[in-house]
Design a protein around this ligand. Structure first.
Ligand code: 13P
Ligand code: SF4
Length: 318
């Protein structure tokens, strides 16, 4: 029996569903029940009735599922599938920032730990970040973290002043503006697509900036025949499904490394997924106090995304 069929059987036996992010390898995306960007995966997890959810993405995505659906068993294939943005926002330092600005609204990118979310007023993803920033009352100071590149892009886009946390994505910062310029000069008819975690100099060359789902949609709907894509290579799997006729090129990185692959996303494999369903490992555990506190900013994000009004806290208290 193929490994795909074994996973299918295990999934049925365990009443499990598999969620996968667009950066996972193609074979994983193909066996997943739901594939999407970080917002979609959080939204869909709330609608799923199955008691077991296996997240083939990175650990913060699995934590969001657990926070939004605490009664579910949430499994990850590899507990080392972290994220440099989580590493760049250690809780004690982030808390210090929060405590120094109790009157501010703290916005944290979902690429953050559950602990960081627990002291955050509202989360965002790159799909809804602009909408979230625009929903914050104009008289409130805003703290934005942990991705300074996304933050900087949002300051320019919305005109809103924000204090930025100095974190970044180790994959997206390596795209080279100089090499992108050279590639674009060789292919002047190509549309340049970039994720907002890229540095400003790269974003300046982009025709379209957005989340993984926005970039995929652009490839689907734009009749152009060539695209240069400044984000993680897993995204090509979905893009190619829609546009067999188009030439899809990855934006070049500095040096000669294969650094436009996320080393954390790529820790997941079909073998580890099979093992996780066989052994019920590794299960995501979070303290109930953290779950309750971290659910608040995630829920606020969902409400604003759905166009609902929300009540903002006046100040932060531990
Ligand atoms: P999306 O929200 O666009 O899926 O991005 C998540 C991510 O980790 C990008 O590096
Ligand atoms: Fe984190 Fe960057 Fe990997 Fe996305 S691509 S999960 S931001 S390290």
């Amino acid at each position: 029996m193929s490994i795909e069929d074994q996973i299918l059987n295990l999934k049925q036996q365990n009443k499990a569903v598999i969620l996968a992010h667009y950066y996972e390898e193609g074979a994983i995306q193909d066996i997943a029940d739901y594939v999407g960007d970080s917002l979609y995966l959080a939204q869909i997890s709330e609608k799923i009735e199955a008691p077991v959810v296996l997240m083939s993405g990175v650990v913060f995505m699995a934590e969001s599922v657990k926070i939004l659906s605490p009664t579910k068993k949430v499994l990850v294939p590899d507990t080392n599938a972290g994220c440099s943005l989580v590493d760049h926002s250690p809780f004690d330092k982030y808390l210090e920032w929060r405590l120094n600005n109790p009157e501010a609204i703290m916005v944290s990118y979902v690429n953050s730990s559950a602990e960081v979310k627990s002291i955050t007023d509202v989360t965002c993803t790159s799909t809804n970040a602009e909408k979230i920033i625009q929903a914050i009352p104009k008289d409130r100071k805003v703290l934005f973290g942990p991705d300074r590149n996304l933050g900087h892009y949002l300051v320019k886009k919305t005109g809103r002043k924000m204090e930025l946390w100095p974190g970044s994505c180790e994959v997206h910062v390596l795209f080279s503006a100089r090499k992108l310029y050279e590639l674009k000069s060789e292919h002047p008819d190509a549309i340049v697509l970039a994720h907002p975690e890229c540095i400003e100099a790269v974003l300046e060359y982009a025709d379209v900036i957005g989340s993984t789902s926005k970039l995929i949609k652009e490839v689907q709907t734009n009749p152009a025949k060539k695209f240069i894509v400044a984000t993680e290579s897993g995204i090509f799997h979905e893009m190619k499904k829609h546009r067999k006729d188009a030439e899809l090129m990855q934006a070049p990185a500095e040096g000669s490394c294969a650094c436009n692959e996320c080393p954390y996303m790529k820790l997941n494999t079909l073998e580890k997924i099979k093992m996780a369903l066989e052994t019920n490992q590794y299960e995501v555990y979070l303290k109930s106090e953290i779950i309750d506190k971290a659910r608040v900013p995630l829920k606020r994000m969902m409400q604003i995304t759905n166009g609902e009004d929300i009540i903002w806290p006046q100040r932060f208290d531990l």
